[in-house]
Ligand binder design. Structure first.
Ligand code: URP
Ligand code: ZN
Ligand code: ZN
Length: 474
């Protein structure tokens, strides 16, 4: 089965070239000047991409399909969430398998493999959330590496649940350094935050806006500083997830300036939404935007700093932290965000975004003139593939790469709404927002799975991706 994508502009993290792309089976087999090769006569399928961008399928390296959280479960399962990802131009996701207290890491990994396998519409891998660090579970990290799980997330937040203390973090970092793994850090000072939350509730401050006010940016900056110090001590690469605070970004920037292998990720919610407008929305509306780290006040300059961090490469990756919960009751999962009516500490943390990210980043990054198309591809496709051991199979268009390809209309203008999205959640964080740029066609390993407004894939198209360790510093 061969496909020719002709007449488009091929964009990678490096180049912007008018070229034809030839696909044989699941692999890109040729990229050449338009019309220079006689591929058309023999092609089984010809896609005319004239006037369109031909870009790599994007990678979302931070998702939480069907994550249990705060007495409920994220409303997108692997089937619905991965299909929504495909609609948004994402062809690979790296989700988080969870090891809870009292469980082995392998049990956690196997549980998440069972949830995903046969259900995922796009290719998928796993990071491991290390929720119970002790001698036995540390020893298992070797086995996880062999299974292609080469990154481990630790939590400085959520005491009593997923939290690790500094000693546990140090031990996990030492082990990761020994075996060539990446440490991912949820960097918030959870112990201090818990005190602030308790005091707020005692004062009767129960609305969603207090979720943000009790997680001030200084607690993110402090934890980021501490995580970097511990990683430097041990000599392990460190990736700070879902960064929202300018203080945290300053710590990552300083570390990188000193030559440390420290990386930073942010998410669209921190680039487009604000505490003033969204978290502080009247009534219980703000619950839609409760996530951790929190969405921050625009007036404090976090958003501008994060956009700037993407421009300067102090931040390398934009992922979603997709972890949706419904505002009204979910048909099968029941009450979700409303668990926190009258007590913001009980609102499940997380929001939807897996379908939004790639297009939003074109809109905010390229169409609004902050960076060029190559940087858009770098932060959404190439850098995540490199950092998480999937490059060059994923994250670029090159001879020999998987034919995960998106045909993108850079001029399309449309309005985002819950009525048009495919995520299994009853609101959009970007309701009514007018955006430029739209995914038109999505190919997964040579098969067209999205064609305009038609989904052509079948359940379980996605394959498990055992990942290599991150290569030399990207
Ligand atoms: O609010 C969030 N981020 N929910 C998902 C869990 C996490 O901390 O990433
Ligand atoms: Zn987190
Ligand atoms: Zn997360």
């Amino acid at each position: 089965m061969s496909t020719l994508i002709k007449g488009g502009t091929v964009i990678t993290a490096i180049d912007t070239t008018d070229a034809d792309v030839h696909v044989e089976g699941s692999i890109v087999t040729g990229i050449a000047a338009p019309g220079s090769h006689d591929w058309e006569a023999a092609a089984d399928t010809v896609i005319d991409a004239t006037g369109k961008y031909v870009v790599p399928g994007s990678l979302d390296v931070h998702t939480h399909m069907e994550l249990p959280f705060g007495g409920t479960v994220a409303s997108d399962n692997f089937e619905s969430g991965s299909r929504a990802a495909a609609w948004g131009g994402t062809t690979t996701m790296v989700d988080f398998a969870v090891q809870v207290k009292g469980e082995s890491m392998m049990e956690g990994f196997e549980n998440w493999m069972a949830k995903a396998s046969g259900n995922c519409a796009i290719d998928y891998g796993f990071h491991m959330i290390a929720g119970d660090i002790n001698q036995d579970t540390l020893a298992e990290m070797d086995k996880l590496m062999e299974a292609g799980v080469t990154s481990f997330k630790l939590f400085m937040a959520y005491p009593g649940v997923l939290y690790s203390d500094d000693g546990e973090i140090l031990r996990a970092m030492q082990k990761a350094a020994d075996i060539g793994a990446m440490i991912m850090m949820h960097a918030e000072n959870g112990i201090a935050i818990d005190v602030l939350r308790e005091q707020a509730i005692e004062r009767g401050e129960t609305d969603p806006v207090y979720h943000g006010l009790t997680r001030p940016s200084i607690t993110e900056g402090e934890a980021t500083h501490r995580a970097i110090a511990l990683a430097e001590l041990v000599g392990v690469p460190l990736y700070i997830v879902h960064m929202s605070a300018k203080e945290a970004l300053a710590e990552v920037t300083m570390a990188r300036d000193r030559g440390l292998p420290v990386y930073g990720e942010t998410c669209p919610q921190y680039l487009f939404l604000s505490a003033e407008e969204h978290l502080a929305a009247p009534g219980f509306e703000g619950a839609k935007y409760v996530c951790s780290t929190p969405i921050r006040p625009r007036a404090e300059g976090h958003q501008d700093a994060l956009w700037n961090g993407l421009i300067t490469n102090d931040l390398q990756v934009v992922s979603t932290d997709h972890c949706p919960f419904c505002m009204e009751d979910h048909p099968t999962l029941g009450t979700q965000k409303q668990l926190g009516v009258g007590d913001f500490t009980k609102i499940p943390n997380g929001l939807p975004g897996v379908e939004d990210r790639f297009q939003l980043m074109y809109h905010g990054g390229v169409a609004q003139g902050r960076f060029n198309v190559n940087r858009w591809i770098e932060v959404c496709c190439t850098a995540p593939a490199k950092l998480f051991g999937l490059y060059p199979k994923k994250g670029t268009i090159a001879v020999g790469s998987d034919a995960d390809i998106v045909i993108f209309d850079p001029d399309a203008r449309w309005t985002k709404s819950v009525d048009e999205h495919h995520m299994d959640v009853d609101y959009s964080c970007y309701e009514g927002m007018e955006v430029q740029g739209r995914v038109e066609t999505v190919m997964l390993r040579g098969d067209v799975i999205i064609d305009g407004d038609e989904y052509l894939g079948t359940k379980g198209d996605g394959r498990y991706l055992p990942r290599a360790a991150a290569g030399p510093r990207p």
